[in-house]
Design a protein around this ligand. Structure first.
Ligand SMILES: [Zn+2]
Length: 168
């Protein structure tokens, strides 16, 4: 199970989105809560939406999916929209996708903005960290299980920064 926090908001969740597997057993894949103000952040998250019973914090995602599915979800939900780089463009190669995403953001911070906002600089740094972890996993310089845990943690941090950049 992986915990993600996609907003810095501390309000209680008013809406809960739950996605279950289509197979027998209907195992929970993820549960995401948002407050009224941040409902827009969950626009692209599929699943059953219900009113929150008043527990949980806005932006908290409890994710039970596999490493591959979680990385795909990061790529589809924010890495692609924010950096123009999607896994499919790089043959599903996580390291290459993240390195290209980092290069895009670093270029944007250098060239398009006269004075890079701190938030963009932070995103460039965390994307670099995530790309380096993915490269180390691929080169077998790091224990795969530990490396994947570290990579997912880095992506979670970057996801929160990205949401902040978009005004969450
Ligand atoms: Zn909120």
């Amino acid at each position: 199970m992986l915990l993600r926090q996609i907003t810095t908001c501390t309000d209680p969740a008013t809406t809960v989105i739950e996605r279950r597997s289509q197979k027998a057993g209907q195992a929970l894949q993820y549960r995401l809560g948002t407050c009224r103000r941040h409902r827009w952040l969950a626009r692209d998250w599929r699943g059953l939406r219900t009113r929150s019973p008043g527990e949980g914090r806005c932006g908290t995602v409890i994710d039970y999916r596999s490493y591959e599915r979680i990385v795909q979800s990061h790529a589809d939900l924010w890495i692609g929209p924010s950096t123009t780089q999607y896994l499919q463009m790089h043959g599903g190669d996580v390291a290459r996708t993240l390195r290209a995403a980092h290069a895009f953001k670093a270029h944007a911070a250098d060239d398009w903005v006269r004075r890079p906002r701190e938030i963009e600089t932070a995103m460039v740094a965390v994307l670099d960290h995530a790309a380096r972890l993915a490269e180390a996993i691929e080169a077998e310089q790091i224990d795969v299980e530990s490396g994947r845990g570290q990579l997912l943690a880095a992506l979670s941090a970057c996801e929160t920064i990205d949401a902040a950049e978009r005004g969450a």
